[in-house]
Design a protein around this ligand. Structure first.
Ligand code: 5GP
Length: 196
């Protein structure tokens, strides 16, 4: 079993989990973030290697064949996946590794790392979620509908999560995430101490 803590954050696209996770990482620089690979095109302002590793569909399928992904999913027409080696290395070093992925991927990770912590970020309401995606202005009406349908499905799976955070304010949500990480980190440290 790895000595590090694996934290998986999910939540419907548009809920603001990227912003919550960024703020949490700013406040706690020890958290290691796993950058996913995707076949989706970059949105304005997104950088390769920072937000995602942007790859072609062919390259993504090659990564699947090479067994280079811890988990992967096809989500609203694009591939997304977690590069395996980085996560494994960082966990072995004892670090706290954070994945920001959708629910299907989260459950696949839980199967492989039953000791990982699943955190779900919810919007205050579905209406608020739609407003946020529309305000972002990067998606066509068709994609917005697809993402809303998917969000409803994801919200049905809340009870499979260890923790649920409602994103009323980014600051509060980030602080709640950090509290959860600290609590679980202490629990893990105690466990590891008993093993020594
Ligand atoms: P977006 O296109 O809005 O950046 O991401 C769409 C969804 O894919 C989000 O819910 C995001 O959390 C999820 N996602 C991003 N990277 C991964 C990944 O590596 N694996 C899985 N399963 N989902 C991912």
């Amino acid at each position: 079993m790895s000595p590090g803590l694996l934290v998986v954050v999910s939540g419907p696209a548009g809920v603001g989990k990227g912003t919550v996770v960024s703020l949490a990482r700013e406040k706690n620089r020890d958290i290691v973030f796993s950058v996913s690979a995707t076949s989706r095109c970059p949105r304005p302002g997104e950088k390769d290697g920072v937000n995602y590793f942007f790859v072609s569909r062919d390259r993504f399928q090659e990564m699947i064949r090479e067994n280079a992904l811890l988990e992967w999913v096809e989500y609203c027409g694009n591939f997304y996946g977690t590069p395996k080696m980085y996560v494994e290395q960082e966990l072995e070093k004892g670090n706290t590794v954070l994945l920001e992925i959708e629910v299907e991927g989260a459950h696949n990770v839980k199967k492989q790392y039953p000791q990982c912590i699943l955190v779900f970020i919810t919007p205050p309401s579905l209406e608020e979620l739609r407003n946020r995606i529309v305000k972002r202005g990067t998606e066509s009406p068709e994609v917005i509908e697809k993402r809303m349908q998917r969000a409803k499905k994801e919200l049905e799976q809340l009870d499979r999560y260890d923790y649920v955070i409602t994103n009323e304010s980014v600051e509060d949500a980030a602080n709640q995430l950090l509290e959860i990480i600290e609590k679980e980190r202490n629990r893990l440290n105690k466990k590891n101490m008993h093993k020594e």
